[in-house]
Design a protein around this ligand. Structure first.
Ligand SMILES: N[C@@H](CCC(=O)N[C@@H](CSCO)C(=O)NCC(=O)O)C(=O)O
Length: 335
């Protein structure tokens, strides 16, 4: 006997968001009524383990093998009884992106085997209802995550037309007493948001704000003795206030490094001026590495796009070209 349990639902969210929820099995207990528990590595050929719950049917243990994972498009897992021909079930999710920005989720299961004659009626009625409930729960979660408005950074509240150079301005750490004070003696450049795990950000911000100033153009005016390097192993040596933890500036010691000659500062620490609006957002996908729920990425990128701020997953193309050219120049000098 061979049967297919076929269900589908139209979701008003991009496949990117829906996939991020489907692939994040650790969070299934938060929303998934059909598979409220699933553990293991979601990688092709590996087994995951959990439970399948369908109202009116007994809860059954689940230990399928993942047979296909095409990121943001298709996920398949296979459960099979050891006796050949007895029972085989391939459960799969296919995400079809529609032109109107919605996604159709195909949520099916192909069954075969002699045992199926005993259970198909239950699967086709109570099982189907449970699959539909999971589809609806996934739709609710995806649509909420796709439309939530994330708070990114205070600099985005300012008007982009305000060109602020910070030359002649002062940066301060957050210590109420004896703060570290830095004077900025030259214009800042390449002011950008950064999602990488190394850059400091204010507690309420999702991304850091970083700009560069040429070497020699910063003066630590007060409490230099409070500054300490955060991580000696990084090429950018980030000096932070040892009392409040605020990163005050970063420098590069390696004379061959592409950023040698630059100082990195955090423009939002300005005390006597406006925070400059960033030109772009860098290392946005690194937010996932720092622990952000992957399904939140689309709403963050949409917010940046709406504000006219391009988002990149390394630096901007301009800076990446400079880095590449720097590498070529170094190689030429070594010849
Ligand atoms: N995914 C990694 C990226 C880390 C990374 O490469 N960071 C950049 C940006 S820092 C300024 O915007 C970098 O140049 N790092 C060199 C350094 O920190 O010394 C992650 O998130 O950790």
């Amino acid at each position: 006997m061979e049967k297919t349990l076929d269900t589908s639902i139209k979701i008003n969210a991009p496949a990117h968001v829906i996939w991020a929820i489907l692939d994040d099995i650790e969070r299934y207990p938060e929303w998934n009524p059909l598979v409220p528990e699933l553990k293991g590595k979601t990688m092709v050929g590996r087994q995951v383990e959990g439970i399948l719950t369908r109202e009116g049917m007994p809860t059954v243990p689940l230990k399928p093998t993942l047979t296909a994972i095409v990121g943001a498009r298709e996920l398949r897992w296979l459960s099979e009884r050891p006796t050949p021909g007895e029972f085989r079930a391939e459960h799969y999710f296919v995400l079809e992106q529609n032109d109107d920005g919605t996604t159709t989720l195909i949520h099916n299961e192909d069954f075969s085997g002699t045992f199926l004659t005993q259970v198909w009626d239950g699967i086709n009625t109570l099982g189907r209802a449970a699959y539909i409930r999971m589809n609806e729960a996934l739709k609710e979660r995806a649509e909420a995550l796709a439309t939530e408005e994330p708070y990114v950074h205070a600099s985005l509240d300012n008007t982009p037309s305000d060109k602020v150079s910070l030359q002649g301005k002062t940066l301060k750490c957050s210590c109420a007493e004896n703060p570290v004070v830095i004077n900025v003696n030259a214009p800042i450049y390449h002011n950008h948001l950064c999602g990488c795990s190394k850059c400091w950000k204010p507690e309420d911000a999702l991304l850091a704000l970083i700009a560069v100033v040429a070497d020699g153009q910063l003066t630590v005016a007060e409490n230099n003795d409070k500054l300490q390097i955060v991580d000696e192993t990084q090429s950018i040596k980030r000096y932070a206030c040892s009392s409040c933890g605020t990163h005050m500036y970063g420098t590069v010691e390696d004379r061959d490094h592409h950023f040698y000659g630059l100082n990195f500062i955090h423009p939002e620490l300005v005390t006597d001026g406006q925070i400059p609006v960033p030109e772009f957002a860098a290392f946005v996908s690194s937010l996932v590495e720092t622990g952000l729920e992957p399904a939140q990425m689309v709403s963050i990128r949409t917010k940046l796009e709406d504000l006219g701020i391009p988002s990149y997953d390394v630096f901007s193309p301009e800076i990446m070209d400079l880095i590449a050219w720097h590498k070529v120049k170094l190689e030429k000098c070594d010849q």
